[in-house]
Design a protein around this ligand. Structure first.
Ligand SMILES: Nc1ncnc2c1ncn2[C@@H]1O[C@H](COP(=O)(O)OP(=O)(O)OP(=O)(O)O)[C@@H](O)[C@H]1O
Ligand SMILES: [Mg+2]
Length: 459
């Protein structure tokens, strides 16, 4: 027991929940003693704590920095904490607020609730009271955020292992390398490619490799939100409720703050929302609908579309300045028929994953089936392959057009040999980026042989 470190009694973060360590807190109090006391108390357990000696300094800090929580003294020279809070709410102030006060009368309590304070701590207080109030706030904020984000997570479908970009073809390997290089940078990434080619999988892979991996990945499909709601859905909204109180509703951007936002079908955004989005990307600040103040925002953007953005720009449907801003790094996901060498790996993985999750026995992937899978065109790309496998596992057999043993054992044996050869040659060709001379060298056969075989398979 000689290595045990002394843990100061009030500092153990787990005692107050884990979310605390990333929270940012602003302490607003005109008394330096109390400010410093709270600052010192929170410093070891929260991500960041800053102090403001008066309302004016506090307002300036809110303009430039995002805080999850504000601890606010009610009695300050020139104003009360609560009237400052009401003002700030109108400007579009987003943090949860804990009020500290020496006077615990009913009027102040009601006023605090009206102003939107979420907690109340009486002076003089003990350190645990402050820590508990902050921990409760963080829990509430996280819970609200998780609940909110869950609907987007569910809407994007929840199949397993979505952040694993499978495939060993040359093009997928290149994409994986590009994703690895882009992951630590703040640069926006634009993923293009046909439906089902794995744009979202690539986006999740990028997120998981980035330093935001432990924060939220929020997928949102711009095509599924109706035009008049989309601005407040994305950017949030400040408005007066029936009782005249200023209330706020955080949008997707605020809820994803700190994490990665995956904006799918970005081509569908209305033009005015495109303009707001451009401002958000350029200034890293967000102005909720109805708000006078911009809120600082820390988001990694990944965009995707299976439409043609350049065409949309020419047709005046997509802003050119936004296009250039998001088209810094464009990764185009290849269609499956251009990388049939990956079909085996994908199919084996899907069989294993889906059989396990459905609790059904796996199907065998014979060379014959693999050959048939390789011959098919896959207009729906990897998604179609995945769906075919899921369907086959439920039925318990491969569909007739893909099954290998329709013509009996003998044919299967012959079929199988040809299939092995074909698949091997195509895989090597794929790895050489389609260069037949290079593939021939690697395989130890002539380029002519490859030409002949390819011509035969294309018949
Ligand atoms: N390289 C890959 N590795 C593993 N699974 C993949 C891969 N590519 C696609 N998938 C699977 O295929 C399905 C479709 O992928 P995804 O949703 O990423 O496609 P998409 O390009 O976003 O399509 P859409 O344009 O229709 O939105 C998912 O079930 C995903 O798990
Ligand atoms: Mg998608």
């Amino acid at each position: 027991m000689n290595n045990v470190q002394k843990v100061p009694t009030h500092k153990a973060p787990s005692e107050f929940g884990n979310g605390l360590s990333t929270a940012s807190v602003l302490v607003v109090d005109d008394e330096p003693g109390i400010r410093n006391f709270i600052g010192k108390l929170l410093h070891p357990v929260v991500g960041r704590v800053e102090q403001a000696a008066n309302a004016e300094i506090a307002s300036r800090l809110l303009d430039t920095t995002h805080f999850d929580i504000v601890i606010l003294d009610n009695v300050m020279p020139g104003t009360t904490g609560l009237s400052w809070l009401v003002e700030q709410r109108k400007l579009g102030f987003f943090a949860d607020t804990i009020l500290i006060t020496a006077f615990a009368d009913m009027d102040t309590a009601i006023e605090a609730m009206r102003a939107g304070a979420v907690d109340f701590v009486l002076k003089p207080f003990r350190s645990n009271q402050i820590l508990n109030a902050v921990a409760r706030c963080v829990d509430r904020v996280n819970l609200r955020r998780e609940n909110y984000l869950l609907k987007y997570e569910l809407a994007s479908g929840n199949d397993l292992a979505r952040s694993r970009l499978l495939g060993s073809s040359a093009v997928i390997q290149n994409i994986r390398t590009t994703l690895e290089r882009a992951a630590p940078l703040p640069t926006p990434v634009l993923l293009t490619g046909d439906t089902g080619t794995g744009k979202e999988v690539a986006a999740r892979a990028l997120h998981v490799m980035s330093d935001r991996a432990d924060k939220a990945f929020v997928p949102i499909n711009c095509a599924t939100i109706s035009g008049d709601l989309i601005e407040s859905e994305l950017f949030g909204q400040i408005r007066q409720d029936a009782a005249g109180r200023t209330v706020r509703r955080d949008g997707v951007f605020m809820n994803a703050n700190g994490g990665t936002l995956y904006l799918d079908e970005v081509i569908e955004l209305p033009l005015d929302v495109q303009a707001s989005l451009l401002r958000v990307i350029e200034h890293r600040k967000l102005r909720p609908v109805g708000s006078a103040r911009e809120v600082p925002l820390d988001l990694r953007f990944i965009f995707a579309t299976n439409g043609n953005l350049e065409d949309a720009v020419h047709q005046g449907k997509f802003r050119e300045d936004l296009f250039h801003r998001i088209n810094v790094l464009n990764i185009c996901m290849p269609v499956l028929r251009d990388r049939i060498g990956d079909i085996k790996e994908l199919a084996l993985m899907f069989i294993q994953q889906i059989a396990k999750s459905l609790g059904v026995p796996p199907l065998t992937l014979s060379e014959g089936v693999l050959l048939n899978l390789s011959r098919y065109d896959w207009p729906g790309n990897v998604r179609e392959l995945r769906n075919l496998i899921e369907r086959s596992l439920i039925v318990g057999e491969w569909p007739a057009e893909f099954a290998s043993d329709r013509n009996g054992l003998e044919v299967e044996a012959v079929d199988s040999l040809a299939a092995v050869e074909r698949r091997h040659i195509l895989t090597v060709l794929d790895a050489c980026g389609g260069n037949r001379a290079e593939a021939g060298r690697r395989l130890g056969i002539s380029r002519k042989t490859i030409d002949r075989k390819c011509a035969m398979w294309n018949d």
